[in-house]
Design a protein around this ligand. Structure first.
Ligand code: PMP
Ligand code: GLN
Length: 382
């Protein structure tokens, strides 16, 4: 068996969700909302299953969805994308990431990764033959500077994989940070694969800035989005990939041999959803922001050191001030003894570069959050 997948452990999300089920714990580990999601979008999908087309849709995605993605990104991010040459629909962002890495990396190419990194990145980069180079981001500010990038980029850099807003950190990078990264991508002639699945889940009046919109990046960025996050329907694996036509041609070749296509009924429902009024998107953000604040307040009242969260479904605590030194031990104890599942952020780092950050998903109804807080009353080292 290929050792890259044979030796990798089961995803921490799956492991923690399984533990949560076994222990009947409140699951604030894996990131998914516990509300049913927008009824009208789900009704559109149901209609499309019953009355619509259920055979293979076009490989690049339903035209109505590609047009809806272009209109959506024009409305919210000021992008001008050609739905016929620059947009492709995939089975979730995960397929888009896998396809981009397979299509763009040649064995031996260097790939710059920012850790903490989403768990799929490193195995996919390695399986594509890439040699990872890490930029390590640390709490509480998670920033990178010129020296960090200079240490990671080289003449062999082919791809940069960048997640913004950043899971698990809840960090949103601003235009200045993006411009610095763009400068390195241009100087080293690298392509940026931009995982922007959290683009709509940003708080406190922030607006997401896509890396592809920064000067010089239009022809060297692959922008990846996910309907699962935009509509709080994480099981809906519908992703969008945007890139200049020359790059898109290669991405399409990878897609045609991975999944080829994505269920047509979900595609039509997502096309409908992307055209919803601004008020839907604003209300979604406000709802999650309220949950963030409610849960963050409760954690702080219980003595936890809460890190800021500018976006995503996640809030982190630093467990060091309370006297804990190992996030895995902490999370194991939390689920086994207190009945609350969380994610140890060291799972997002190589070699445990950071060991004292624990991630909670706050995208839950008030009763779920309050129930979890009540179980976190007396968490102290033994
Ligand atoms: N990238 C990041 C950073 C994520 O957080 C997630 C899911 N939580 C994904 C990719 C996967 O998205 P999808 O479910 O659309 O495959
Ligand atoms: N992206 C989700 C999270 O960060 C989990 C997705 C998964 O389970 N693979 O929690």
């Amino acid at each position: 068996m290929n050792p890259i997948f044979a030796n990798v452990e089961t995803s921490v999300f799956e492991t923690m969700s399984r533990l949560a089920r076994e222990r009947q714990a409140i699951n604030l580990g894996q990131g998914f909302p516990d509300a049913p999601g927008p009824a009208d979008v789900r009704a559109k999908a149901a209609e499309a299953v019953v009355d619509g087309w259920n055979q293979y849709p076009p490989m690049m995605g339903l035209p109505e969805l590609r047009e809806a993605v272009a209109a959506h990104y024009r409305r919210f991010q000021g992008l001008a994308l050609d739905p016929n040459a620059e947009i492709m629909i995939t089975s979730g962002a995960t397929e888009a990431l896998a396809g981009a890495l397979l299509a763009l990396i040649e064995p031996g190419d260097e790939v710059v990764l920012f850790q903490p990194m989403y768990d799929a990145y490193l195995p996919l980069v390695k399986r594509a033959g890439g040699a990872p180079r890490f930029v390590t981001l640390r709490p509480p500010h998670w920033r990178f500077d010129e020296a960090d990038l200079a240490a990671a980029f080289s003449d062999r850099t082919r791809v940069v994989l960048f997640n913004n807003p950043l899971n698990p950190a809840g960090m949103v990078y601003d235009r200045e940070a993006l411009a610095l990264l763009a400068r390195f991508c241009i100087e080293y002639d690298a392509i940026a694969v931009c995982d922007e699945v959290w683009e709509h889940v940003v708080f406190d009046g922030r607006a997401h800035v896509p890396l592809i919109a920064i000067d010089g990046m239009r022809e060297r960025a692959v922008k990846i989005g996910s309907a699962g996050k935009i509509f709080s329907l994480t099981g809906w694996k519908v992703g969008f990939v945007c890139a200049a036509p020359k790059i898109m041609k290669a991405l399409a070749k990878a897609h045609q041999f991975i999944t080829f296509t994505t269920p047509p009924n979900l595609q039509s429902a997502v096309a409908y959803g992307l055209a919803k009024d601004d008020s839907y998107f604003a209300a979604m953000r406000e709802g999650f922001q309220r949950s963030r604040d409610r849960f963050g307040r409760g954690l702080a009242e219980r003595g936890f050191a809460v890190l800021p969260s500018a976006g995503t479904y996640f809030l982190n605590i630093d467990i060091a001030p309370l006297g804990f030194s190992d996030d895995f031990d902490f999370c194991t104890r939390l689920v086994e003894e207190h009945g609350v599942a969380a994610i140890p952020a060291s799972a997002f780092y190589v070699e445990n570069a950071v060991k004292t950050v624990v991630r909670f998903c706050f995208a839950k109804q008030d009763a779920t959050l309050d129930g979890a807080l009540a179980r976190l009353d007396n968490v102290r080292p033994r």
